[in-house]
Structure formats: structure tokens, C-alpha cells
Write a protein that binds this ligand. Structure first.
Ligand SMILES: [Zn+2]
Length: 369
């Protein structure tokens, strides 16, 4: 239940969440999608997309992600609060369950919930997780680990090493110095440079890339890594699930750093342009570009042609504002409109013909709890 914080909100002391989030959709055709590419811009609300569009292509044109065939918005509140974090929201995007802040891959009761990535793996598909943050951070963690606190880095890394996924890429080694031993012992080939990682190895060999220079001026771009990852995963005739996270939008938004936000959105948008093209080329790939939550909620107040934008940042923290969703490829129409972030996981699972709640999971099924 919400409580008023000192220096916080005026007046509101309690909010009725009105029961479970509404689902609004008719049944989705089962198994129409072979591959899913899920792009998450950490902290990317409507304001970040707007200011980046104005800066990068001008208000008369559209970013690549804005050319998606269907567009929606997501509510991002967690199980008890409107204000939330990447761990909680990534878990919801991954599993379809609302949970609490700091939770990674567990529901509001602390029970592990199967993620899209794990269910895709169990269906015989290849799985890749790519982030320009550190690999054991909350967002990739939510797709392959189950812990109650995102700061359990050792345990998240250990569970990722035991995930039986095919490809993991992170952008730094923060808080986890001995990752080489950990993943090496699990049979992974570990790379710290992008170029050697590109060399053709049998697709059966699982790869970990920790690229300290990922998304840095001299390093590989998120696009280069995402494309190489997809080419490798696409060797699996049964299809693949690929997560790509751009973290810089969140960091830049916390600091009201206009340039860093624009660079982060551009980095993600380059991946979106390629992924939409991949979806059109293959015909059986569904692409979703969205965010875990809004950060800072920037408002574009004004600007003149050829001049800077006047931007007001609403907060240095995450906000409860909705976030945009852009969908392309088969079933994209099922992701359009106003929805809750739970529905991303359940809709994508249905499109892939996979079950997030198998009877043998040891976790009570929805509706029987
Ligand atoms: Zn943040």
C-alpha cells in the first residue's frame, strides 16, 4: 500500500489498485512465430523517444522503431506500488507475473516463475541474452535466474551459467570478477573481445562475451553484437529467442543527460531497424521494442528548427508513467493498444506456442492458487 513519503506526494496516502490488471485480448493464434527478438530500452518512456526523434531525425520523420506496424503502451506498476524498478518489471516482461522491486525471476510470493527464454529453450529453440549493462544485472537475470534480490550477483551469474542457453553477452564485469572460471566450468567459451567471438564455432558451443567496450565509441555497437548473435542463433532450425537490452537510456535519464539518452535510444533504434528488416525477410520472426519502466519522464517544452530542444526532467528517479511498445512481424497486432506489461510475456508465449506455466513446474498454476 502506498504511503506518503516526506517531501514526496501531496495528499495521496492510499491507492486502490482495483484487483488484477485487466486482460483485454481475444485468443492469439498459437505458434505463429518461430523467432522472437525482444528489445528493451531501460528507462525508455515516451519522452525519451520524443526527444531522441527530434534530435536524430527531426519531428517530421520517424525513428526506425516508430515504423513498427503496431504500437501500444504498457502500464508498468508492480504488485503493490506504481513506482518500480528494472528487476520487477523485467521479471514481469519475462514471466507474465507482477512482482516486487528487486525481484529477479520470482513472483510476489517469491516463487520462481519460468521465463520466455526458459520456455523457448525447453521448446528446442536457441536462446541469447545481450545487454550493454553487466550480464548479471536485473534485466538479463530476469530471463534466466530466480532470486529475491537483484544484488545477489554471484547467484544470478551462477544460475545463468547453469541456464543451458546458447549465447550471453554483457558489457562489463561489475561485481563479478571470476566470471571466467564460473562460465568456463559450465562448458561456456568465454570471450572478452568481439572480433574473436565472431569466429565460426559450432553453434552447439555456448558462448559468453563480456565486452567492456560494448556501445563505447571504439567498441562494438549493440547492433553489431545483436546481429552476430541472431545469425548464430538462427542456425537452429527450431527458431530462437533473443533479448537485447540498452541500459544507457536509464543511466542518462537518472542524470538528466540529454546526450547520453539520445545515444542510448539511437543504439537501440539501430537494432530495431535491423530487427524489423530481419522480421520482414524471414516472415516468422516477431519483434517487440519496449521499455521496462520510464525514468525521469522528460517533457519536451519547445524547440526551433536548427536549435536545441527545451527539455524539463520531471524526476531523477523512475516514474510510474506508461512506456511505449512497438511490434513488428507475425502476431504484432496482438501486442497493439493499451495493455499491462504482463501481457507481453503471455502474448509472446502464445505466439511461440510455448507454455510459461507447465504442469510439472512445481509452481501452482494461475487460478489454482
Ligand atoms: Zn534506473
Amino acid at each position: 500500500m502506498l504511503t506518503k513519503r516526506s517531501g514526496g506526494w501531496d495528499g495521496v496516502v492510499a491507492l486502490d489498485f482495483g484487483g488484477e490488471p485487466e486482460a483485454r485480448r481475444s485468443p492469439v493464434p498459437l505458434g505463429a512465430t518461430r523467432n522472437v527478438i525482444l528489445l528493451i530500452g531501460d528507462g525508455m518512456g515516451f519522452g525519451q523517444v520524443t526527444l531522441a526523434r527530434n534530435e536524430l531525425v527531426g519531428p517530421n520523420r520517424r525513428l526506425a522503431m516508430e515504423r513498427a506496424s503496431y504500437v501500444g503502451w504498457l502500464s508498468t506498476h508492480d504488485v503493490g506500488r506504481l513506482y518500480t524498478d528494472s528487476a520487477s518489471t523485467a521479471t514481469t516482461l519475462a514471466t507474465g507475473h507482477k512482482t516486487f522491486r528487486t525481484a529477479v525471476g520470482v513472483d510476489a510470493d517469491g516463487l520462481p516463475r519460468r521465463s520466455l527464454a526458459e520456455a523457448a529453450r525447453d521448446s528446442g529453440r536457441s536462446v541469447g541474452l545481450v545487454t550493454d549493462s553487466y550480464l548479471w544485472d536485473a534485466t538479463p537475470g530476469a530471463f534466466g535466474a530466480h532470486v529475491s534480490s537483484r544484488t545477489q550477483y554471484e547467484e544470478v551469474a551462477r544460475q545463468l551459467a547453469a541456464s543451458d542457453f546458447d549465447l550471453l553477452v554483457g558489457g562489463s564485469t561489475r561485481d563479478k570478477g571470476d566470471y571466467r572460471d564460473l562460465f568456463g566450468a559450465g562448458g561456456w567459451r568465454v570471450f572478452d573481445q568481439f572480433e574473436p567471438w565472431l569466429e565460426a564455432l559450432p553453434s552447439s558451443v555456448p558462448l559468453v562475451g563480456i565486452f567492456e567496450d560494448l556501445s563505447q565509441p571504439v567498441g562494438p555497437t549493440l547492433l553489431e553484437v545483436a546481429r552476430a548473435a541472431a545469425e548464430r542463433l538462427d542456425q537452429d532450425s527450431q527458431g530462437f529467442f533473443l533479448l537485447v537490452e540498452a541500459e544507457e537510456i536509464d543511466t542518462g535519464s537518472h542524470r538528466a543527460d540529454f546526450g547520453r539518452v539520445v545515444a542510448g535510444v539511437r543504439s537501440l533504434d539501430e537494432v530495431a531497424a535491423w530487427a524489423f528488416d530481419f522480421a520482414e525477410r524471414t516472415g516468422d520472426t516477431t519483434v517487440v521494442v519496449t521499455a521496462d519502466h520510464d525514468t525521469g519522464s522528460p517533457i519536451v517544452l519547445d524547440g526551433r528548427a536548427g536549435g536545441p530542444q527545451a527539455v524539463r526532467w520531471t524526476s531523477p528517479y523512475h516514474t510510474a508513467q506508461p512506456v511505449p511498445l512497438f511490434a513488428h512481424g507475425p502476431g504484432a497486432e496482438r501486442l497493439a493498444g493499451i495493455q499491462d506489461n504482463r501481457e507481453v510475456a503471455t502474448t509472446l508465449a502464445t505466439l511461440l506456442g510455448i507454455d510459461l506455466e507447465p504442469a510439472d513446474s512445481g509452481v501452482p498454476r494461475e487460478g489454482t492458487e
